[in-house]
Design a protein around this ligand. Structure first.
Ligand code: FCB
Length: 448
């Protein structure tokens, strides 16, 4: 582990490197119908029997909608530079078209002003998966009209907050929304249609590019970009079949998004594989998708280990795995960042999510000794440092997540927070990892 000694990492980070913590609206806010909020596809999906491991939902979550001030104080106490959060689209525009909801807009305005008052930079994500259900009823992301509704939403938010947020990401993890939501069906809206999933991915990319153009035309000064989930694809064995599958999976997850964004075309091998399921692309779409970004967000949790006999990643190396069953593989982050830097003309990269679920215990002394999570975060920070030392332009690093929250199909069973949440009382307790991060950031600041 010496190569990833976090102490070695400390010296290297530039003074303007942005350290943060991240959350998303549906996972923490609760108040799913309060003050005029409309329903999202995740509100509906949670009601499908068997969809969520513990049959839970986002109705209460971490009650952040109510406890936001206390949460902002807690974030400030960590000494981070930035807080990455998302806006719930149906909270601010309940049906995704038509009337805006002033109470919802006011909530995010208070949140952003509260961050600024505490000296924390607001990093806003527009779409962290909670599409208004009314838009889903009209075909959701499979319908090209939704692209235009998204652009209206982006413009509305920028009009209201664009002068105060530092950064706006259009979408979080389009691959997850398209594939897990529309092809595998384990995430909202729970559909199983490969052709639809491919079309959804195209519409997400198109809406990203159009939103960037519209926000810039509106004079929005925030840094604009997109957040992708990416990982290096390794092979389970050296067989030709495993190698071919790894190349195709790299195409599906990495190149399917990176190629259109930075090269203006979908990868041919994946188009060939999709055949008649390939998306309909209209003239001009690719020019829109290549609209330059100010930053690219990368969410990294693990590498993927590919075996030709398995539809999905097998992650079978005998190394430590987190409570999600995801292998702890920090060197994969260095490898990924170097590859993006080498293969694409990328803007500054941000690690917009990185962290781990572990089986935490709140001890009688009020402490959570989550050494595994601390080690995970420290070694991944060192992996970012290693990439920077090899020339990758990095803008920042954000821990997923600020606090335990609703982990999608896993419900509340998986805990990613550096802050523990007792769901019965909503008490927040800093885990050892939060204390470590706070001390690490203090050392960073002392060196500035
Ligand atoms: C990412 C999501 C985030 C969180 C982490 C664990 O895919 O963006 O909301 O659930 O995984």
């Amino acid at each position: 582990m010496t190569h990833y000694d976090p102490l070695a990492a400390q010296a290297a980070f530039p003074t303007d490197f942005v350290w943060g913590v991240a959350t998303s609206a549906f996972q923490i806010e609760g108040a799913s119908t309060a003050d005029g909020k409309g329903l999202s596809i995740w509100d509906s999906f949670c009601r499908q029997s068997g969809a969520i491991a513990d049959a839970s939902n986002g109705d209460v979550a971490c009650e952040h909608y109510k406890r936001w001030e206390e949460d902002l104080d807690m974030i400030a106490g960590l000494g981070v530079d930035a807080y990455r959060f998302s806006v719930s689209w149906p909270r601010v525009r309940p049906t995704g078209s038509g009337e805006w909801n002033e109470a919802g807009l006011a909530f995010y305005e208070k949140l952003v002003d509260g961050l600024l008052a505490r000296g924390i930079k607001p990093y806003l994500t527009l779409n962290h998966w909670d599409l208004p259900q009314a838009l889903q009823d009209g075909g959701g992301w499979g319908n090209r009209d939704t692209v235009h509704r998204f652009v209206e939403y982006a413009c509305g938010m920028a009009e209201r907050l664009g002068d105060r947020v530092v950064s706006i990401a259009t979408h979080n993890e389009p691959w997850v929304m398209a594939q897990l939501g529309h092809e595998v069906g384990i995430f909202a809206p729970g559909l199983k249609d490969r052709k639809l999933a491919a079309q959804v991915s195209h519409h997400l990319l198109l809406s990203h590019g159009l939103a960037l153009q519209a926000l810039r035309a509106q004079g929005c000064k925030a840094q604009l970009g997109l957040v992708l989930n990416l990982s290096p694809m390794h092979v389970a064995t050296d067989s030709a079949a495993d190698r071919a599958k790894a190349v195709l999976d790299d195409g599906r997850v990495v190149r399917w998004y990176m190629d259109p964004l930075f090269k203006g075309r979908y990868p041919q091998d994946v188009l060939d594989d999709l055949g008649a399921d390939a998306p309909q692309v209209q003239p001009g779409d690719m020019e829109v998708i290549t609209t330059p970004m100010d930053f690219l967000g990368v969410n990294y949790y693990s590498r993927s280990v590919i075996s030709a006999g398995e539809p999905w990643d097998v992650r079978s190396s005998g190394r430590e795995v987190t409570d999600m069953g995801w292998e702890v593989y920090p060197e994969g982050l260095t490898e990924l960042l170097l590859r993006l830097h080498r293969d694409y003309p990328v803007p500054p990269l941000f690690v917009t999510e990185n962290g781990g679920a572990f089986k935490d215990e709140l001890n009688a002394d009020g402490r959570v000794h989550d050494a595994g999570r601390t080690r995970y975060i420290a070694t991944h920070i060192a992996a970012v440092d290693a990439a920077m030392k090899q020339g990758v332009r990095m803008g920042g690093y954000m821990v997923w997540s600020l606090m335990d929250n609703f982990e999608w199909a896993s419900g509340y069973e998986k805990r990613f927070g550096i802050v523990h949440v007792d769901y019965a009382t909503q008490a927040r307790t800093l885990k050892d990892s939060a204390r470590w991060y706070r001390d690490f950031l203090q050392q960073q600041r002392a060196q500035r």
